[in-house]
Design a protein around this ligand. Sequence first.
Ligand code: NAP
Length: 351
Amino acid sequence: MPNFIPVEKQTVLITGAAGYICSWIVKTFLDEGFSVRATVRDLKDFAKISHLNELKKKSNGHLKLVEADLMHEGSFDEPAKGCEILVHTASPFIVQNIKDNQKQLVIPAVEGTKNVLSAANKSDSLRRVVLTSSVAAIHGDNCESGSGQNGMFNESDWNTSSSGDYNPYQYSKTMAEKMAWKMAENANWDLVVLNPGFILGPSLSTRIDGASVDMMRSLLNGKYRLGVPDICLAFVDIRDVARAHFLVAEDRNIAGRFILVSEVGNTPMVAEILRSEYGKTHPIPKNVIPKWLVKMTGFIFGLKRDYLERNVGHSFKIDNRKSLEELGLTYRPVRDTILDHAEQLISMGLV
Ligand code: NAP
């Protein structure tokens, strides 16, 4: 007989399990021995979910996949029953060649959050909701400054420049997070929001449709062989983001928003790190495209001139101290994140 009492792990509902980040979130909770109920859009889409079935075989925890869609009212009601924790990550992440801002981004993000949190309200057991928001809900364009010292962005800042017509992805994340805070006001559960920067790091699946994976592949496969625009990004490792979701899930003393960022850098910096390891084997860009040329050619990538004017060549500062001090999170260096991601894509033949 063991001389300890086994701790009964709680049941967590996680939305968007087949996506890039969420697969790591599912893995992290499973590794910690949780019982995980994870939603996917289509249980018959084996190409999207086969890696989750692999995780299930190797894990300490228990995984059950269930079907749910952000656009179907009531879709999350049954999955939420009996869960103590809800991690809501599902939301479209599209930044280029968007045809219908409302239909592709804003409606699924905002109405989806409403549907998911309505399910939380109907569940008697739910106590904690963790929402995967983004630094996109903190600020819109790189030319802006935050309210902290030296114009640094922090958790008190909100994106006020994005709209349904301009930076619709950033707007969708801002409006979805606002909806979540509003619904949390009179709820039986409490809300913690995570605001990650641009996430890179090895993927658990062979999917190549996500924005993060697309950027890394484009830098490795020659799409930008003539050069990259200088765009400032706040980077964070996918494994650290997944860990943060676990760290905030159970502790009732943790509250509010948390910026998750390891380092601020830019696209030429990513290219330089990649070149140091893969420069001889892959057509990694060596040049920075001048801003005037980026503005003339941006339409090819579906990027508008005013977006390029306000983002190319501008840098910003963002404060990650709350995540370090209150969550005790430690961040991997961005170089490791980038090289681990490249290694995964190359070794899986995805470049
Ligand atoms: P992703 O791989 O494209 O994942 C998006 C997920 O949302 C997918 O699982 C997708 O389902 C799901 N989804 C989209 N529309 C849906 C709908 N109508 N019903 C149900 N599920 C739907 O992108 P990601 O990078 O992992 O992003 C996941 C989350 O992290 C998003 O909330 C995003 O805003 C946030 N985030 C991402 C980054 C980043 O740099 N990647 C940074 C900060 C925050 P399918 O699997 O069926 O396609």
